[in-house]
Design a protein around this ligand. Structure first.
Ligand SMILES: Nc1ncnc2c1ncn2[C@@H]1O[C@H](COP(=O)(O)OP(=O)(O)OP(=O)(O)O)[C@@H](O)[C@H]1O
Ligand SMILES: [Mg+2]
Length: 142
C-alpha cells in the first residue's frame, strides 16, 4: 500500500482495560510500516499515539482515537469521556503526574506522556472540560 490518497480509521479505548494496552498504537504502526513510510515518522506517530491511548486507558472512562493518513501527514484526535484536566499548564509539565500507585507499579506515571506527545507532534492541541473529558489533536508531518 503506497500512500496515494487519504486513509481514515479509529480505535475505541476502554478505561482500565490494560489487557489491550498499546494495541491502537501498535496497529497504527503496522499500517504505516506496510505503507512504506519512513521509520522516523512511524516512530514519532507510535510514541504520540501510545501516550494518548494510555492516558485514556488510565484516566478516562472511555475514548476514541481517530486518525487520518494522507501522503504528507497524519492527523490524530484522541477524545475521551472522563474527569478532564483542571490545570492543563500543570499537566503539560514534565514530571507532573496524578497517577495512583497501582499505575506506577505497572511502570507508568512518570508525567512524560503529554510532553512527549507535544515533542513528537508538529502541531499539538489539548482541550479539556472538567467533568466531561479531554481532547488531544496532533498533526505529525513526514
Ligand atoms: N485523558 C486524560 N484525562 C484526565 N487527566 C489526564 C488525561 N491525560 C492526562 N491527564 C492528567 O495529566 C497528567 C499528566 O499526564 P502525562 O501523560 O504527561 O503523565 P502521566 O500519564 O501521569 O505519566 P506517563 O504518561 O509518563 O506515564 C496525568 O497524571 C493526569 O493527571
Ligand atoms: Mg500519560
Amino acid at each position: 500500500m503506497k500512500i496515494d490518497k487519504t486513509y481514515e480509521g479509529s480505535f475505541h479505548i476502554v478505561g482500565g482495560d490494560f489487557s489491550h494496552a498499546g494495541e491502537a498504537s501498535t496497529e497504527l504502526k503496522t499500517i504505516l510500516l506496510s505503507a512504506g513510510v519512513e521509520d522516523e515518522f512511524v516512530r514519532r506517530v507510535a510514541i504520540a499515539t501510545f501516550e494518548a491511548e494510555m492516558n485514556i486507558m488510565i484516566y478516562a472512562t472511555a475514548g476514541i482515537l481517530r486518525y487520518t493518513i494522507s501522503p504528507e501527514e497524519i492527523r490524530i484526535i484522541a477524545e475521551d469521556m472522563g474527569p478532564g484536566i483542571e490545570n492543563i499548564e500543570l499537566a503539560m509539565q514534565e514530571g507532573y503526574s496524578t497517577a495512583p500507585d497501582w499505575v506506577r507499579e505497572m511502570g507508568w506515571g512518570a508525567g512524560m506522556g503529554l510532553p512527549n506527545m507535544k515533542k513528537n507532534a508538529d502541531t499539538f492541541r489539548i482541550d479539556s472540560v472538567v467533568g466531561e473529558g479531554t481532547k488531544v489533536e496532533m498533526i505529525i508531518r513526514r
